[in-house]
Design a protein around this ligand. Structure first.
Ligand code: IMP
Length: 456
């Protein structure tokens, strides 16, 4: 008699703020309970960092389940592919002892980021503060399809069919523009394609078939809901759809397999590039300062050399407190090294994101960074609450806790001040907290069910 296999399911994990909430470390933490970790949006603009005992692993296009050798990895058609960056990411992982042969699969529907996209992004993306990886122009050309009577977008399936023809077309376009830099980039793309090609599948059922046979999938969002191309504040957004529902479009799976949606937030917020950040410490001054620093290449080392974080915390200048928080909690771009703009946790915004995007449970990272507020003159942890931007927003202060109160022992209780704050967060957003980040290390993530008593 034939036995029927029970179908699997998919969960979707997204960032709830402006990116850099620590999604990768949550994915790394959860990956063991899944069979496939899949990306559905974005490209090399993502900077996903996993801190391991032997160093930091920085991923841009490859899903963050890499350290779990049993888990398969999938890059869905909603992602754009930067061939050279992907080839060098594969090389970096190989040097780390992680061989992805037979583990990584890439949809042949993914659009190709062309050298001309990168050039256009670097020339025109400055005002938005893009990451300069050609993401916007690549998604735009996909929608435009033809330009001056020629195709302007190619997918990996075009390369599978006839790579030389595609490279010839790109070469001609480069030659027309007389950009020597572009022609060189084309040669490097050819080499990178040889590395990436074995991972590309033309099978649209690659993921559905596995799930039908019982596979459990975790979709890993890149960027975050506030940077969504439609729902974010145009033009200061990325060019892909970052919302959880889109996981099934860009991740190539029927939505009937959806089980739950996981959100990741950070206890302080940060943003790179331009655009509104309503709780920014130091307001416009901070925005201008970070934009100038990004333009002139100033980053972490310069701030460490020029400023004293503890002295800034003791002062009464919000801009200085923001800089100190950035220094103490390492808020610098993973891919770019740019100083991130830093702000207070915005509970109203978080609640709206949870409601609007159907988030079932939440992880809160960087709770340890709140200890810096114990060194401030008024010694409270400020959090923004209230309704919307116009009506009745104000800051409330929770009792502070110092660094010494953050437990090193995973079984030790959390500081009661932090428990009080997180309990309030749960009440406001109306969803349970599932995990709490107390530091960047893998062992510094606490699952809430293990500490129910603390949270009550
Ligand atoms: P793009 O995605 O490179 O076009 O950049 C558009 C905007 O999204 C810029 O403000 C970037 O700083 C931001 N952005 C893109 N990727 C990330 C990310 O992974 N984390 C945080 N911000 C990002």
């Amino acid at each position: 008699m034939e036995t029927q296999t029970k179908a699997g399911y998919a969960d979707v994990l997204v960032g709830l703020q402006y990116g850099d909430e620590g999604k990768a470390r949550v994915v790394d933490h959860l990956a063991g309970a899944y069979d496939v970790i899949a990306r559905f949006n974005g490209g090399a603009n993502a900077g996903h960092t996993i801190v391991t005992a032997s160093g930091e692993l920085r991923l841009r296009q490859i899903p963050s389940g890499v350290l779990h050798r049993r888990v398969a990895l999938y890059i869905g058609s909603g992602c754009v592919i930067g061939l050279q960056q992907l080839a060098s990411e594969l090389g970096m992982l190989a040097a780390y002892g992680i061989d992805l042969a037979g583990r990584l699969t890439i949809s042949d529907r993914c659009p190709l980021v062309q050298p001309v996209h990168v050039l256009r992004d670097r020339n025109e993306g400055g005002q938005i503060g893009t990451t300069g990886n050609g993401i916007g122009p690549c998604y735009a050309d996909l929608a435009v399809r033809m330009h001056d009577g020629e195709r302007c977008s190619f997918q990996l399936r075009d390369l599978l069919r006839d790579a030389e023809e595609v490279f010839e077309k790109l070469n001609r376009a480069a030659a027309l523009r007389e950009e020597g830099e572009l022609a060189n980039a084309m040669n490097r793309m050819r080499e990178a394609w040889d590395v990436v090609r074995p991972f590309v599948t033309d099978d649209p059922l690659w993921l559905p078939r596995r799930v039908e046979q019982g596979a459990r999938v975790l979709f890993e969002g890149a960027q975050s809901v506030m940077l969504d191309v439609v729902h974010g504040d145009q033009p200061w957004v990325t060019s892909s759809h970052t919302l959880p529902s889109y996981a099934y479009v860009g991740g190539d799976l029927p939505c009937k397999y959806h089980r739950k949606t996981i959100g990741v937030a950070k206890a302080i917020v940060s943003r790179v590039g331009g655009g509104p950040l309503p709780t920014e410490l130091g307001g416009e001054r901070s925005e201008r300062y970070c934009a100038d620093a990004a333009r002139s290449g100033r980053g972490k080392a310069d701030e460490a050399a020029g400023a004293n974080a503890l002295a800034l915390l003791a002062g009464d200048d919000d801009f200085g407190i923001g800089m100190a928080l950035r220094m103490l909690s390492n808020e610098y771009g993973t891919g770019t090294g740019r100083p991130r703009r830093v702000g207070l946790l915005d509970l109203a915004q978080l609640r709206l994101a949870v409601q609007q995007f159907g988030i079932d449970e939440v992880f809160v990272n960087k709770c340890d960074s709140l200890a810096a507020f114990a060194r401030c003159a008024d010694q409270g942890i400020p959090v923004m609450v209230g309704k919307g931007y116009a009506g009745g927003r104000h800051t409330i202060r929770f009792p502070a806790f110092g660094e010494a109160a953050i437990p090193k022992d995973p079984a030790a209780p959390l500081p009661p001040q932090l428990v009080a704050l997180l309990t309030r967060v749960e009440e406001v957003i109306g969803r349970p907290l599932r995990g709490i980040g107390l530091g960047p290390g893998r062992e510094q993530m606490r699952m809430v069910e293990e500490h129910q008593e603390d949270m009550k």
